[in-house]
Design a protein around this ligand. Structure first.
Ligand code: HEM
Length: 289
């Protein structure tokens, strides 16, 4: 039976987690609209709104990608209930982002089309948007049935190249300040790395907890090396000097450190959750004896 509303299950019962996420997904868009109306978006409000909508699009793509690893690491299977909603929201934010861009170009669709063709970062963004449209259009229960589980899964693996395109689009438009795109690239490394490790070393797709800690370190090292390689190739900065910045207190919070902190925080929550589940099981066994 198809779900009646995004916040209900197949038996049409309210699922609080789904309702909470559904409401939360409107938050950023509501804030952008409100801040725009209230004049809180600075000297170039439309440009700022485009940026906010773009940021939320990429964040939501990443959150949708994070659902599978997090439900395993945190032993929270019900998280899967919100994956489709988050993915469709990413598509909605991408449309919002594009609409704001069309608005900033005074609705001159011809100009927007020619910009998309001539500016590489827009072409890449548009390719990502097309990919997201295919995923959103096939996200219904009916489409899963029509395509069949295997074909549907194969099509939805498109989310990986879409996430890569999103990071490239983000990096290309960022010009000089690559702090956040570098963090996103590192997190993408974590998300993709989880799949590779789970496939290679996992048991039925589940990765043992120590691997999750190892992954956090690998993703951070990858981020540091990627950043150093970029600065070396683009600006001939000495590799070791960029790498040394990751250990300096004067260079602010480096992307590799942020990626490490997020990876370790995810692992720590997973570790605590594991301990509490084991404790609960032990108490249950003891109460039965
Ligand atoms: C899945 C698709 C897309 C994602 C994830 C995405 C994401 C982003 C992100 C994260 C930013 C930077 C925000 C910031 O720096 O604060 C951005 C900027 C931007 N994006 Fe996208 N975008 C997508 C598609 C598109 C499309 C289809 C267009 C238009 C054809 C577009 C046009 C722009 C423009 C004009 C900017 C601002 C550039 C500037 O100010 O120089 N994006 N986008």
């Amino acid at each position: 039976m198809p779900t009646a509303f995004p916040w209900t299950d197949h038996n049409r019962r309210l699922v609080p987690l789904k309702l909470a996420v559904f409401v939360a997904l409107f938050g950023p868009a509501a804030w952008v609209v409100f801040a725009y109306g209230a004049g809180l978006l600075g000297a170039r409000p439309l440009n700022e709104a485009i940026h906010e909508a773009g940021l939320w699009t990429i964040r939501l793509i990443f959150l949708a990608l994070a659902v599978s690893p997090l439900r395993q690491i945190w032993q929270w299977p019900r998280l899967i209930l919100v994956r489709r909603m988050v993915g469709v929201a990413a598509f909605a934010y991408a449309l919002f982002h594009l609409s704001l861009y069309v608005t900033s170009e005074s609705f001159d669709v011809g100009k927007v089309a020619s910009e998309i063709v001539s500016r590489v970062y827009l072409t890449i963004g548009f390719a990502a948007l097309l990919g997201l449209s295919a995923l959103a259009a096939t996200s219904t229960d009916g489409m899963v049935r029509r395509l069949g589980g295997r074909r549907w899964q194969r099509l939805h693996r498109l989310v990986y190249p879409i996430a890569v395109l999103a990071v490239i689009h983000f990096s290309f438009q960022a010009k000089l300040d690559l702090w956040e795109p570098t963090v996103m690239a590192g997190l993408l490394g974590w998300l993709l790395g989880y799949r590779v490790l789970a496939w290679r070393f996992g048991i039925r797709g589940y990765l043992a907890w120590p691997w999750v800690v190892v992954l956090a370190v690998i993703a951070a090292i990858g981020t540091a090396l990627g950043e150093a390689a970029y600065f070396h190739l683009a600006f001939h900065a000495p590799l070791m000097r960029v790498l040394a910045a990751d250990f300096s207190r004067t260079t602010g919070l480096r992307p590799a450190v942020v990626v490490l902190a997020i990876g370790l925080a995810v692992s720590a929550i997973g570790g605590l959750r594991r301990l509490s589940v084991q404790h609960g099981q032990r108490r249950l066994r003891a109460s039965r004896v």
